[in-house]
Write a protein that binds this ligand. Structure first.
Ligand code: SF4
Ligand SMILES: [Zn+2]
Length: 210
């Protein structure tokens, strides 16, 4: 597969991801086609690292980390002068956000409580309900998801009821009393996963934290 077709495939996949997430999703996708030494001369690499140094100012990532996150399509665009400083800054910001998410840390730009149908209550850059979000990858890999509100175990997929009207245990091994978890108690939980609800039930959104 030549570079053009590889880049085209990356762009196509990115396009699909953009429908459900943000440019942050592109970064995860692009990691499957990393830039290798054969694609860039030493002079260009030096020039690009210099540009990335400026772009990473005030961010929590280094120019080298940003460089490693580049995909070949983006590199080619930069080599053809199709990517300016502003776009590089946006790219580095997206890398920084993605890294925070991977570590289960809320990026400062994600300051609105929202609801993802897969993850439950999440912090996003927009409010409202979405079908997928940048935290979905954490959900798929069992990583924590910071929450904007408290939740109830009774609304969670991970809650295994026992023979008691209100008690159960957490299949994710979250801390609980000797007797187990009380289904209606409000708690802050980064491993909550919303139970599917039928159309007639409406969406069971947890209460907001005080
Ligand atoms: S993951 Fe959290 S909310 Fe879900 S059952 Fe376990 S403790 Fe309760
Ligand atoms: Zn999600």
């Amino acid at each position: 597969m030549n570079l053009k077709s590889a880049a085209y495939r990356v762009l196509q996949r990115n396009k699909v991801r953009n429908l459900v997430a943000t440019s942050v999703g592109i970064l995860r996708n692009s990691r499957t086609t990393p830039v290798t030494d054969s694609l860039i001369s030493m002079d260009q690499e030096e020039q690009l690292l210099k540009a990335l140094s400026s772009a990473c100012l005030n961010l929590g990532i280094s120019p080298v980390e940003a460089f490693r996150a580049l995909d070949i399509g983006t590199l080619e665009s930069w080599q053809h002068n199709e990517i300016g400083d502003e776009m590089l800054q946006t790219f580095c910001l997206a890398v920084d956000i993605r890294r925070n998410i991977d570590q289960g840390v809320r990026p400062t730009q994600y300051n609105k409580p929202a609801y993802c149908q897969g993850c439950g209550p999440v912090w996003l850059w927009i409010s409202g309900t979405v079908t997928g979000c940048p935290w979905c990858w954490n959900r798929a890999t069992g990583r924590p998801i910071p929450r904007p509100c408290m939740v109830r175990c009774q609304d969670c997929k991970n809650f295994d009821r026992i023979e008691h009207p209100h008690l159960g245990h957490c299949s994710r091994g979250q801390p609980e009393n000797i007797a187990g978890l009380w289904d209606e108690d409000l708690r802050y939980c980064e491993h909550f996963l919303p139970k599917p609800v039928s159309a007639s039930d409406g969406q069971a959104k947890p209460e907001r934290a005080k």
